[in-house]
Design a protein around this ligand. Structure first.
Ligand SMILES: Nc1nc2c(ncn2[C@@H]2O[C@H](COP(=O)(O)OP(=O)(O)OP(=O)(O)O)[C@@H](O)[C@H]2O)c(=O)[nH]1
Ligand SMILES: [Mg+2]
Length: 381
């Protein structure tokens, strides 16, 4: 075990997470501690080995300790005793708490073990490192960032003390792991660990604790997903807004010519109809996200589009063959897209039936059209 002048490097974490494997990396010796693929726990009793070289100004002795969570109370109690014994043997120490991962997820039993040991020692940040061991090479690019964020929220340990180690066996990677661990350890300071109370864990409470951990993880992951969605949406809106700003700054607005026929009017109405539907859909999505900044952005963007639509209608209303009688009817709510188009009268019909202008030719809303639709379509003649 550690002598009076050396500090301890105490590796904690459940069985199979790779404590002994990582201890061997620190000692630069594959045979220092038994580390193997096994169905049950491998290390049953605490062992110590001195590191051949210093890290910074400290010499360290590495403790290879059993895990904590086991299937039965007898094994859990043996483990609790071994862990507490290690801190009694070498209270001046840096702690490396090792987590495994299961398809990328932090196992709930690892979080249960951390919480219960941390409860007993209240590890100070400057002497504690969290390590997620055995992550695959083909992980998503943002895996570390997202998982560090999650772990920080779950454990209240600052992300800058959270490290990730890829699963690999090459000699080069073994050296890399050693370098990474030594660098991480050099950022810490050993502290004197005092136990506030015994490590407590009853086998019959493990399922409940795991369920609580799972719920907490799910909740944080859902919040993170929601946050990413909002960010994505806000970026898309921002891009859309700046591209329409660019467009309006550089491109003159087209002035449609409606002198020819009613078909062009219908086409334009189709386009406005579709745009209105798209805007309402966007608005609905954004309101669901209750993001005020995004709603403001969308409102501005829609107002700009509506102004253009109004201009088109104004232009059309002054064309020789089309007269639009405006109704003082406005769309309620955010869009306020268009002044409703009421009557739509062609010149030749005007002369045929002058007394009916704006009355019998007024287009009635069809049942299939939403009642709050911002405009009405002319009848087919
Ligand atoms: N290649 C590779 N194998 C690893 C790594 N971490 C753990 N392993 C393997 O995972 C298995 C379990 O590792 P151990 O070091 O025995 O795990 P432990 O935490 O000491 O387990 P207990 O002694 O039961 O508490 C062994 O086969 C290790 O070689 C890693 O980063 N890379
Ligand atoms: Mg071991």
């Amino acid at each position: 075990m550690a002598s009076a002048t050396t500090c301890g490097l105490i590796l904690l974490g459940n069985s199979g997470v790779g404590k002994s494997f990582l201890a061997n990396r620190l000692l630069d010796d594959d045979e220092a501690f038994e580390s193997r693929f096994a169905a049950g726990s491998v290390t049953r009793h605490t062992e110590w080995k001195d590191m051949p070289t210093n890290i910074g100004r400290y010499t360290f002795s590495v403790a290879n300790i059993p895990g904590l969570v086991e299937a039965n109370q007898k094994l859990i109690d043996e483990n609790r005793v071994e862990i507490m014994k290690a801190f009694e043997q070498c209270p001046w120490a840096i702690v490396l708490f090792v987590f495994g991962q299961n398809n990328g997820r932090i196992p709930d039993e690892d979080l249960v073990a951390f919480m219960r040991i941390n409860d007993a020692y209240e590890f100070p940040t400057k002497s504690l490192l969290l390590i997620v061991n055995g992550i695959p090479a083909d992980r998503p690019r943002d895996y570390e960032a997202k998982t560090a964020q999650l772990l920080e929220e779950l454990t209240s340990i600052d992300k800058s003390y959270i490290y990730f180690i890829e699963k690999s066996t090459s000699e080069n990677s073994k050296r890399d792991i050693r370098d990474l661990l030594c660098e991480a350890i050099s950022k810490c300071d050993p502290v004197h660990h005092e136990r506030k109370h015994d490590i407590e864990l009853m086998s019959d409470e493990i399922s409940r604790l795991k369920m609580e951990s799972k719920n907490r993880q799910d909740q944080l992951l859902a919040q993170e997903t929601e946050h990413s969605k909002k960010q994505k949406l806000s970026t898309t809106l921002h891009k859309h807004q700046s591209s329409s700003q660019r467009l309006s700054a550089t491109t003159p607005k087209p002035k449609p010519d409606f002198t020819n026929d009613k078909k062009r009017f219908d086409d334009m109405m189709e386009a406005i109809d579709a745009e209105h539907a798209r805007n309402m859909e966007k608005l609905k999505r954004i309101q669901e996200n209750s993001n005020t900044a995004a709603i403001q952005q969308l409102t501005d963007q829609m107002k700009a589009e509506n102004d253009l639509n109004k201009e088109l209608l104004d232009h059309m209303s002054t064309s020789p063959k089309v007269v639009i009688v405006r109704e003082k009817k406005r769309e309620k709510g955010l869009t306020k897209i268009l002044n409703a188009v009421g009557d739509f009268i062609f010149g030749e019909q005007q002369s045929d039936e002058p007394e009916q202008q704006g009355a019998s030719r007024r287009y009635q809303s069809s049942a299939s059209r939403p009642s709050n639709h911002p405009y009405q379509r002319p009848a087919n003649n």
